[in-house]
Design a protein around this ligand. Structure first.
Ligand SMILES: Cc1cc2nc3c(=O)[nH]c(=O)nc-3n(C[C@H](O)[C@H](O)[C@H](O)COP(=O)(O)O)c2cc1C
Ligand code: SF4
Length: 425
């Protein structure tokens, strides 16, 4: 690793009025094991503070819900809740603990899960249009198999009343995040979740003011950003996480997504966390190739469309040299990492101190992802401490571990796929 790479990644960055000490961000991950009623647990706090201690410039808390609807339909429950005032004191405990390391922390807010929700208790799913998700139809991550395939239930087209109801929920959640000491908020609009499905014609066939042109497809997200901005004030960091490419036949590419983004940022967006692919093209999202996005030209298209005032967070680029070069070239402003931060909580301090040789590399074998999908406590086989940062944290059972192993085994899963498809005939 050259001194230039180290210097670039160790340099501070301003996001609105907030300055973060370096360019390495802990990306949002629903690995936090909150309590069953949605409050940060000792493990939630221990996981996050361990990464703060490891030197990240910013932490984004993932898998957190902004509405009761999101709480009820979540595919990865329990989640950290922002949907009621009663959760604020517990959320404050989380931010105080992270701030003790001098690290800022943002809240990721899911309005609802849209097409990826689980319809429980007689409730229905609501999305831009009644388009289900054919999971992994385009591509799947390494060692992830869906025997027989899976198509999600058909959602209903969201009414304007529902769009406005969720907007109000996100505004209230942002108010609570600020009251609890979070330094900024990120509105989730990626991976086929509620706002994501408005952005691309692949999932949005509406004929009203929320469908059709790029401006119309941007409207739901634009309006929620504007409403959140009005609530939290001009100095508070507000961002979005959005898809940059459908990676599907007839899908939208980076030019289309960045055109939509250019409309949304007018509402007062400080940063965009770039998210690759969608659930149909999961293999692109949870990729094994460092610099995947840069190779596709997606950050470059976004920079051209939104300008340099909007901070862009690159995903899936653990190679420090690639990340530093992209920052130097002006394509992005920071490197946001997920799995690499599970495998090595000290990645940031090692990179910023030029100790690359000591990094424990994520192997992209994705047992963490299978655990998430199976609703088993997330652990990382490269880092025995992960998931046990709090010594009292619940661990997966031997049976659960065996299922995690079996569902990643190619021979078994090929057989399971054949059997499932025979049964479907
Ligand atoms: C276990 C696990 C949990 C995740 N949870 C979230 C989440 O809550 N919110 C989110 O936006 N992305 C989530 N992601 C996606 C990651 O943030 C990231 O986009 C993806 O893993 C690709 O980045 P990486 O190559 O750095 O891992 C999750 C990924 C994993 C593996
Ligand atoms: S289990 Fe650990 S090493 Fe394997 S993909 Fe997940 S983070 Fe990487």
């Amino acid at each position: 690793m050259t001194t230039t790479t180290t210097a670039v990644l160790a340099s501070p960055l301003k996001i609105n009025k907030l300055e973060i000490k370096n360019r390495i961000i802990l990306g949002p991950m629903a690995v936090l094991r909150p309590t069953d009623d949605g409050r940060p647990s000792e493990q939630t706090i221990a996981f996050l503070t361990r990464r703060a201690k490891g030197g990240v410039g910013l932490i984004i808390v993932g898998g957190s819900v902004a509405s009761e609807r999101a709480w009820n339909e979540s595919p990865f429950s329990p989640n950290v809740r922002f949907d009621k005032d009663e959760f604020v004191p517990d959320l404050k405990r989380l931010t105080d603990a992270v701030h003790a390391y001098g690290t800022p922390v943002f809240a990721q807010l899911f309005p609802s899960f849209g097409r990826m929700g689980v319809p429980r208790n007689g409730n229905w799913l609501s999305s831009a249009s009644p388009t289900p998700v054919d999971l992994g139809a385009g591509s799947l991550p390494e060692n992830l198999y869906i025997p027989g395939g899976r198509v999600t239930p058909v959602p209903k087209e969201a009414t304007i009343g529902e769009i406005k109801e969720l907007e109000a929920a996100v505004v209230s959640a942002a108010r609570r995040a600020k009251a609890a000491g979070f330094d900024g908020v990120e509105i989730g609009a990626h991976m086929c979740y509620f706002y994501s499905s408005f952005l691309s014609p692949l999932a949005n066939q509406r004929t009203d003011k929320y469908g059709g042109s790029a401006e119309n497809r941007a409207r739901a997200l634009h309006d929620v950003v504007a409403a959140v901005r009005a609530e939290v004030g001009s100095d508070y960091p507000v961002g979005i996480r959005m898809s940059v490419n459908d990676h599907m036949p007839n899908g939208q590419g980076p030019e289309g997504f960045s055109e939509v983004a250019a409309h949304i940022v007018k509402a007062g967006v400080d940063f965009i966390s770039l998210s690759e692919g969608n659930y149909e093209s999961m293999g692109e999202n949870v990729t094994s190739i460092s610099g995947n996005m840069l190779a596709h030209g997606e950050p470059q298209a976004f920079r051209k469309a939104v300008g340099s005032d909007v901070r862009l967070f690159l995903s899936s680029t653990p190679d420090p040299r690639q990340a530093a070069e992209a920052i130097e070239a002006g394509h992005v402003d920071a490197s946001m990492l997920a799995r690499q931060m599970l495998a090595d909580p000290d990645y940031a301090v090692k990179v910023t101190e030029g100790r690359e040789r000591e990094i424990v590399w994520c192997d992209n074998a994705n047992s963490c992802l299978r655990r998430l999908i199976l609703n088993v406590p997330v652990a990382c086989h490269k880092n025995p401490e992960m998931g046990r940062e709090d010594t009292g944290a619940t661990q997966s059972s031997l049976v659960q571990n065996a299922i995690v192993w079996a569902t990643g085994n190619r021979t078994l899963m090929t057989l399971a796929d054949k059997l499932a498809r025979m049964n479907q005939k």
